[in-house]
Write a protein that binds this ligand. Structure first.
Ligand SMILES: [Ca+2]
Ligand SMILES: [Ca+2]
Length: 573
């Protein structure tokens, strides 16, 4: 019986994987904006007559012009609101022009329910759509990830309200706070975490992160290398997960050492490649363990100003203001005080896209910084010469592709293996088909979650981001990404508890599913280094995960065995 069930599960899983296979990056990345409505075409024309215009007058006009006017609805007679289906909207509109009894005439406009995000100027943010940001929002937008912005400071304008921004620190002599007095840092922070879906202004990549602002550049936008190095060290001490450095120029051993130390400490360091338009990437982007980011314009080709050469790891949308609407639009401080939305260009604008994407992936359960880095670089859209090249690195950042990879190559196989293993174990119990199916579904969901949810065009929600990942990653979704590595959660504690409470009752399939699913996820986490439990060094962490994974699996088998013994006993009795 359960051979047939296994087969059915396999077929369903394979079919799902086929349906949800990686689409080409271009399909998912660039949403073409609708063009202007051409009116020399057939369509519905809406004609609003002055209130009180009689049906006779309306039909008289219809007869004269040959436009078949009819009331828009059964209650439209009072308002004298009519419509007509015509062969040429422009011609019909011209025929009715100047008619004294008409208040308004226009082609019918198709309106849709307001989607996500509702920020009114999101339409202008080609840069976010280009890298598949909407998919990123569905996996949680970086909840609990700390992103350091080492820049001119950050001032919280209306469109950063509600975003977690720490007080930060200034390293500029004579400046006490990390407030922005230049505008650059606030714009960069906006790309990372602008308040999103708040009905105001623009959106950001990872609005659930916590921003840590460090002011190292003065009101003129320049600063000293030792101050910047000190800020990098401070960000590491403050627990930053990601550091964005939209600055550079020349070489500094002191800064080089600081960024290498940060990377070694497990922080993802991202830096702008520079805006010289020539070869020769400086510090800190040049450092080996720093992600150096070049810039593309809205046409996905390298911007004319972007610096290239060794040190460019990938490209991000930094804008090209020579093209209409080609800049990167975010909120920043206004010259006369207050805030305004400005379109900037530069590798400074490209870098925070990579920092924000890294935060989203960390928050989505990718786990360790090393894996986030690999994922970012392996899911880019290739540009220029095939493969890695020194002009564009690995190519253009594609957060959408990275999320698809995570869901389809990590969570989907876990879903399948967790489900199958639970099914096989439940089969040992020789109980009902229903019980085996419950165990299989539980195992699949515990191990991989509803992995396909972020690939569907759904509105982002906490529930969605929670359900789209395996149980091990729930604390990350709820409490912030640090909690993914809470050792008691990443252990056999829960399966043991479930076995004790449910193992002998009628909910035993849940205990089997939980043990099998969590066991698979723990061992998988150990093998690929996705989990990094607190308190343990690397090798002990692996040991902890494997031992607990094996215990969880054994518990599932034991529960099934108990059930079988009980069933056999009952039969003999
Ligand atoms: Ca907004
Ligand atoms: Ca290339």
């Amino acid at each position: 019986m359960y051979k047939a069930l296994s087969l059915v599960c396999m077929v369903v899983l394979l079919a799902l994987l086929w349906v949800l296979r990686d689409p080409s990056p271009h399909q998912a990345g660039l949403d073409d904006a609708p063009g202007p409505v051409a009116t020399h075409q057939a369509g519905v024309l809406v004609v609003d007559f002055l209130d009180g215009t009689s049906e006779q007058d309306i039909q008289g006009l219809a007869a004269r012009t040959g436009i078949p006017l009819a009331y828009s609805s059964s209650v439209s007679e009072d308002e004298a609101l009519t419509y007509a289906t015509v062969d040429d909207l422009a011609d019909a509109q011209a025929l009715l022009a100047g008619e004294p009894s008409i208040e308004a005439v226009e082609p019918a406009v198709t309106m849709v329910a307001m989607g996500y995000p509702d920020d009114p100027r999101y339409d202008e943010q080609w840069n976010l759509r280009m890298i598949g940001t909407p998919t990123g929002w569905r996996v949680g937008a970086g909840r609990g990830v700390k992103v350091a912005v080492i820049d001119t400071g950050v001032t919280q304008g209306p469109d950063l309200e509600g975003v977690r921004v720490r007080e930060g620190m200034s390293f500029v002599p004579g400046v006490d706070t990390a407030q922005d007095d230049q505008g650059h840092g606030t714009h960069v922070a906006g790309t990372i975490a602008q308040a999103t879906h708040n009905g105001l202004g623009v959106a950001g990549l990872a609005p659930k992160v916590t921003l840590l602002p460090y002011k190292v550049l003065d009101a003129n936008g320049s600063g000293r290398s030792d101050h910047i190095a000190a800020a990098v060290d401070q960000a590491v001490d403050d627990g930053a997960d990601v550091i964005n450095l939209s600055l550079g120029g020349g070489h500094s051993d002191v800064l080089h050492l600081a960024v290498e130390r940060a990377a070694e400490a497990g922080v993802i360091v991202v830096a702008a490649a520079g805006n010289t338009g020539r070869e020769g990437v400086g510090c800190p982007a040049h450092a080996v363990n720093v992600l150096g980011v070049g810039s593309v314009g809205p046409n996905s080709t390298p911007a004319p100003y972007t610096t290239w050469g060794e040190g460019v790891d990938l490209m991000g949308p930094g804008g090209d203001t020579t093209l209409p609407g080609g800049g990167v639009l975010q909120e920043t401080i206004a010259a006369g005080g207050g805030a305004e939305f400005k379109a900037f260009q530069g590798t400074s604008m490209a870098s925070p896209h990579v920092a924000g994407a890294a935060a989203v992936l960390l928050g989505a359960g990718v786990g360790t910084p090393a894996r986030v880095r690999d994922l970012l670089l392996s899911t880019t859209t290739d540009l220029g010469e095939p493969g890695f090249d020194t002009r564009t690195g690995y190519g253009l950042l594609d957060l959408g592709a990275a999320v698809r990879h995570l869901q389809l190559r990590v969570f989907a196989p876990l879903f399948g293996v967790g489900g199958l293993l639970a099914l096989l174990m439940a089969g040992l119990a020789k109980r009902s088909k229903g019980a085996a199916l419950v165990a299989a579904s539980t195992g699949a969901l515990v191990a991989g979650g509803l992995f396909f949810l972020p690939l569907l065009p759904l509105e982002p929600s906490l529930m969605g981001s929670l359900l789209s990942r395996g149980l091990l990653h729930w604390p990350g979704a709820l409490l912030g990404h640090d909690w993914t590595h809470f050792p008691l959660w990443a252990s056999a504690a829960l399966p043991i508890l479930a076995a004790v409470l449910l193992g002998t009752g009628r909910f035993w399939p849940l205990a089997v599913g939980l043990g099998a699913g969590l066991g698979v996820a723990l061992i998988h986490g150990a093998v690929i280094g996705q989990l990094d439990p607190w308190w343990f060094s690397d090798s002990w962490a692996t040991g902890w995960l494997v031992v607990n994974g094996v215990i969880a699996l054994l518990i599932a088998v034991a529960v099934a065995g108990l059930q079988r013994a009980e069933a056999t006993g009952r039969m003999e009795a």
